[in-house]
Design a protein around this ligand. Structure first.
Ligand code: CMC
Length: 438
């Protein structure tokens, strides 16, 4: 008997099936042959939230949640965060290899040439209300970019795909910075391709009347490291959205707008904003036990804690803690770090969190650093979206070249009414409230 197989006995029929195992998985479609009779549709798996379903094969990011390992294209995140620039890591994610010096310079130049946005995009952004959430602006504006670049529909054309990748990585900081300035009523600052990726972003955010904005090099490097840590994270909610939307052959701008929308939720990228609001609410270390009690009673969530995949310390959180100290040397200590550290200490010694393997994730400390650097909490998730662009696009490129690619289309287990006859409106009585979603 082939050892790399799974033997299934269907007790309904006493039939035995042998299913091949490849790389620790079975193909869900191999279960379809398991039927009680010719009328039976065949066996499916039920996996809401994809707790145990691999939806693709990927060579981009490796993550071992039990051991707390994260690697991009085989390189440990710790080494990349220490030695690379963000654009170097973006190149690695997109093309699979670290660039040579020559390749990196050409890549930086290419991205720099695509940082401008059309003047009409500015006008489009002007239409948003002054207090519009920057993530709402980002989602809509990235979707709108699709209308400015109709050539992006040619998703089967490798050269066109590469062009859109460069455009998106180049333009995201510009759109994000304009959303920030719009909010403050400040004039937009054009991108400066002479500057590094993070320095250019900081220039567009904070330049006032000075002829040349000089970003603090420690803060620019800290932002670079944070961008590297956020660049990819395999099949998370927003990346799966990127793949799901992309599988319909939508253009990459529309596709990435979907991914940004998924990221904006407080259980995903939006958590960094929620952490800061939570720390504000807790206010002092003495209020922590009361807050933890509420979490254990199920009334609250400890935002920035827990992860679907990491059941060990998130390696990104460990690096972020170090970055925080470097940033505070420049900006002064954000007092919220002491509440966060105390919160972590108390939570990690509590049976509730130990039993559930709940550790701080990337979002627990990032907001405290961003706040010290001068960002308001509503910008935090934007600071996640900018660098994740490289990861989303690397995964999208992989999807586009995947011979197994088909439109994403899950099945369902239908639990609704059986066939019933139409009732004219005059003969209907109100349905029981419990039976209908209102
Ligand atoms: N605070 C309190 N309890 C929690 C938390 C938390 N943050 N996270 C999970 N739990 C509990 C949960 O109530 C459940 O308990 P029980 O077994 O008694 O029902 C148990 O831990 C397992 O949790 P789960 O909800 O089944 O886990 P999940 O894998 O479905 O959810 C998560 C993962 C990240 C959505 C969740 O941990 C969470 O909501 N965390 C807070 C939001 C957050 O920080 N999100 C950022 C994620 S990392 C950055 C990113 O990639 O977006």
């Amino acid at each position: 008997m082939d050892k790399d197989t799974l033997t299934i006995i269907d007790n309904r029929t006493n039939q035995t099936y042998m299913i091949p195992i490849h790389r620790g998985t079975i193909r869900a479609m191999d279960l379809r042959q398991i039927k009680t009779g010719p009328e039976d549709f065949g066996l499916m798996t039920y996996d809401p939230a994809y707790m145990n379903t691999a939806a693709c094969q990927s060579a981009v990011t490796f993550l071992d949640g039990e051991k707390g390992i994260l690697r991009y294209r085989g390189y440990p995140i710790e080494q990349l965060a220490e030695h690379c620039s963000y654009l170097e890591v973006a190149y690695l994610l997109i093309f699979g290899e670290l660039p040579t010096m020559e390749e990196l310079l050409a890549w930086e130049r290419e991205i720099g040439q695509h940082t401008m946005i059309h003047e009409n995009v500015k006008k489009f952004m002007d239409g948003f209300h002054h207090d519009a959430h920057p993530m709402g602006i980002l989602i809509s504006t990235v979707a709108a970019l699709s209308t400015f670049y109709p050539d992006s529909h040619r998703i089967q054309d490798a050269a066109s795909r590469r062009h859109q990748v460069v455009r998106l990585i180049g333009k995201l900081p510009t759109v994000a910075a304009y959303a920030y300035r719009h909010r403050l009523g400040r004039p937009y600052v054009y991108p400066d391709p002479e500057l590094s990726y993070t320095k250019n972003y900081m220039n567009m955010l904070w330049k006032m009347t000075e002829p040349k904005y000089a970003a603090n090099p420690v803060l620019a490097r800290a932002l670079e490291v944070l961008f590297i840590l956020h660049a990819d994270h395999e099949q998370n909610c927003s990346t799966s959205t990127m793949r799901a939307v992309g599988s319909s052959n939508a253009d990459p701008f529309a596709t990435m707008a979907g991914a940004i929308a998924a990221l904006s939720g407080p259980l995903h990228g939006g958590a960094n904003e929620e952490v800061l609001l939570m720390l504000d609410e807790i206010g002092t270390v003495s209020n922590i036990p009361g807050f933890i009690a509420q979490v254990k009673e199920g009334k609250r969530k400890l935002m920035g804690f827990g992860h679907r995949v990491y059941k060990n310390y998130d390696p990104r959180a460990r690096i972020i803690k170090k970055v925080a100290e470097e940033v505070f040397e420049v900006t002064g200590r954000n007092p919220k770090i002491d509440i966060a550290l105390a919160l972590e200490r108390i939570a990690l010694s509590d049976e509730y969190f130990i039993k559930r393997k709940l550790y701080p994730n990337v979002d627990f400390y990032s907001g405290i650093i961003y706040e010290a650097m001068g960002f308001t909490p509503d910008q935090f998730t934007v600071l996640f979206a900018i660098p994740r662009t490289a990861g989303w696009l690397a995964q999208w490129q992989e999807l586009m070249q995947d011979p197994d690619r088909k439109i994403a289309r899950p099945r369902q287990v239908y639990v609704g009414e059986e066939r019933r006859e139409f009732v004219p409106i005059t003969a209907r009585s109100a349905a029981e409230p419990a039976k209908v979603a209102r």
